[in-house]
Design a protein around this ligand. Structure first.
Ligand code: FAD
Length: 566
């Protein structure tokens, strides 16, 4: 079957759903949205996806690109065998993309983030340019005024501190004890301080970009076609003009021809499409047998992520999440590392009052901190030319020494928070945490995991000496916290081997001027060097903002849709 349209959007994720809605709104253009995973139509979204507690959804192999493995830390050129083994890195494979299974944190970042984009030559992307799109997107249920939208498709709210569990309240008191200021609205006040975390959620249910933007009215538009279960395998070209895509639906190859092809497949898959089409570093592509089309060094480079580390704790029984509350993250903290050349608010922290769906996860809380303004850069490349093979992903977290130093200081701050009087009696036996493959396996809902964790949870609520023994001998794979705090070498070893990402992959097809060899698309998302092809997703960010990346990605799609229609 061959379909003809004006715009084909590859990927129905955070950006793709926004694009599908906005580009089809005027009724004049025929739009096709192609998503490899399943659809989440109104009224039929599974409880697991709607759940305000997201960790069941994102550990379920059914919802993700299950074969994707990444290198988190730098791979030494001369000794690749010494690199840490590749790890899972959950990337959504269903309608709504990351917004259908992420933590729902709805964070704009700070004005400087976007002014920095503009200052680097990405015209039209300063704070005053992007703010109207953050506003257009949202329906803030708590705040009004010039900084907020009240009628956009995406509801945003915060959980009132009065109903927070003891752990979250104690974490807020600990922040106050260490001198941090209280902020009411993280998306309207941009200095350092602690605040109730904004989430894209209403009536205690997730609102993904698919739920917000592909509602029933939008889906009834005769000029919009949605194709779930359809994996795009190739962008088709005539010379340097992109003319359509090839896809596999139910095992059958199909073609869609379009006036414009818009890649919205996410920061790991969008650059892979370009590389397979011959757009990228010509020499490397030739070695894989791919005929170069446009020699563009920047494709797949500039990969960014927020490097994170956590200290967990067994929460006092009275401090745990009550059964009446599904949402587990209530408190956020934006702070500055204080390093000499560091920018303000270059660090972030969240308190989690639950770390797994199972009985042990309900007992264990965590304070996780991350480098909000990282310098390290990784890359996405190809292992093979086949569209069915996942790309090679090297994040190189902490590759830049400044990021290591910031994360070390962040770890020490977390330890200080646990040592405040506010946390005493609430947080037992704080221990350094590995976000390990074992923990991910435990995160998959199964009878075996329930039995194992039920037994362990009973023991963890036993006497203090037993809890200590279990934590040190069974729960953590690392040295006790006190030892890490005493021994700089051990701490460095821990941080470098246990640093993890938080699924904020971005930057691999960065916006910029055509004269900049590292730029991949212009400020309207057009791929430099070809016609008829754009990238509109988290890939195009020149710098990762000091924020979780979902809201910024949706903002990008909102703004780019205006550029495309103009
Ligand atoms: P995605 O949303 O990933 O969309 C890409 C889509 O393209 C996917 O649906 C994918 O299946 C599809 N696709 C890929 N290849 C093909 C192909 N060949 N054919 C057809 N379709 C294809 N951000 C926040 O702001 N707050 C959070 O709390 C938060 N937590 C996160 C937790 C997790 C587990 C994850 C995964 C992400 C989280 N993020 C969070 C990050 C945020 O969700 C992402 O930055 C955002 O979703 C990126 O949007 P995107 O449109 O670039 O890509």
């Amino acid at each position: 079957m061959a379909i003809e349209c004006d715009y084909v959007i590859v990927g129905g994720g955070s950006a793709g759903c926004v694009l599908a809605n906005r580009l089809s709104a005027d009724g004049r253009s025929r739009v096709v949205l192609v998503e490899a995973g399943r659809d989440t139509p109104p009224g039929r979204v599974e409880p697991e996806i709607l759940d305000s507690y997201p960790r069941i959804a994102y550990f379920n192999p059914r919802n993700i690109w299950a074969d994707l493995r990444v290198s988190l830390t730098p791979v030494p050129h001369n000794a690749p065998d010494t690199a840490l083994p590749p790890r899972r890195y959950e990337q959504a494979r269903l309608m709504g993309g990351g917004s259908s299974l992420n933590d729902m944190q709805a964070n704009r970042g700070i004005p400087d983030d976007y002014d920095e984009w503009a200052a680097s030559g990405v015209q039209g992307w300063g704070w005053q340019d992007v703010l109207p799109y953050f506003i257009r997107m949202e329906r803030d249920l708590d705040f009004a005024g010039p900084m907020h939208g009240r009628s956009g498709p995406l509801p945003i709210r915060r959980i009132a501190a009065e109903i927070w569990p003891g752990f979250s309240r104690a974490a807020a008191a600990a922040c106050a004890e260490l001198g941090f200021a209280a902020i009411a609205d993280q998306n309207g006040e941009f200095g350092p301080g602690y605040f109730p975390v904004a989430i894209s959620n209403v009536n205690d249910q997730r609102v993904s970009s698919a739920i917000a933007y592909l509602d029933e009215t939008t889906r009834r538009r005769s000029n919009l076609t949605i194709l779930p279960h359809s994996q795009v395998t190739k962008v088709l070209f005539e010379g340097r003009e992109a003319t359509g895509v090839q896809l596999m639906r139910d095992g059958v190859a199909e073609t869609i021809t379009a006036r414009e092809i818009i890649l919205a497949a996410g920061a790991l898959h969008s650059p892979a499409f370009l590389l397979r089409a011959g757009i990228g570093p010509a020499e490397k592509l030739s070695r894989l047998g791919i005929a170069p089309l446009v020699d563009r060094a920047g494709v797949g480079r500039n990969l960014q992520e927020h490097p994170a580390i956590s200290i967990s704790t067994v929460m006092a029984v009275t401090a745990r999440l009550p059964r009446s509350l599904r949402r587990h993250i209530h408190l956020g903290l934006r702070y500055s590392s204080g390093l000499s050349d560091a920018l303000p608010c270059d660090m972030y922290l969240v308190a989690m009052a639950k770390t797994g769906w199972h009985p042990v996860g309900e007992q264990i809380g965590a304070l996780m901190t991350w480098v909000n303004k990282p310098y390290s850069r990784g890359r996405v490349g190809l292992r093979t030319a086949s569209p069915l093979d996942e790309p090679e992903v090297q994040f190189a977290l902490l590759g830049d020494e400044r990021d290591y130093e910031k994360l070390r200081l962040g770890f020490l701050l977390v330890a200080r928070l646990y040592a405040t009087s506010a946390m005493q009696g609430i947080a037992h036996c704080p221990f350094p945490t590995s976000y390990s493959e074992r923990l991910r396996d435990l995160g998959i809902v199964s009878a075996k995991n329930r039995v194992l964790t039920t037994i362990l949870s009973r023991l963890l609520d036993g006497p203090q000496w037993l809890r200590r023994r279990l934590i040190d001998g069974l729960v953590t794979e690392d040295l006790p916290l006190a030892e890490l705090l005493r021994d700089n070498r051990a701490l460095e070893q821990f941080i470098r081997s246990k640093v993890h990402g938080i699924w904020h992959a971005s930057g691999t097809c960065r916006m910029g001027a055509a004269s900049d060899p590292e730029a991949v698309v212009d400020s309207h998302g057009r791929v430099i060097g070809v016609r008829g092809l754009r990238v509109v997703d988290a890939s195009v960010m020149p710098w990762i903002p000091r924020a979780n990346t979902n809201l910024p990605t949706m903002m990008i799609a909102e703004k780019m849709s205006d550029h495309i229609l103009r």
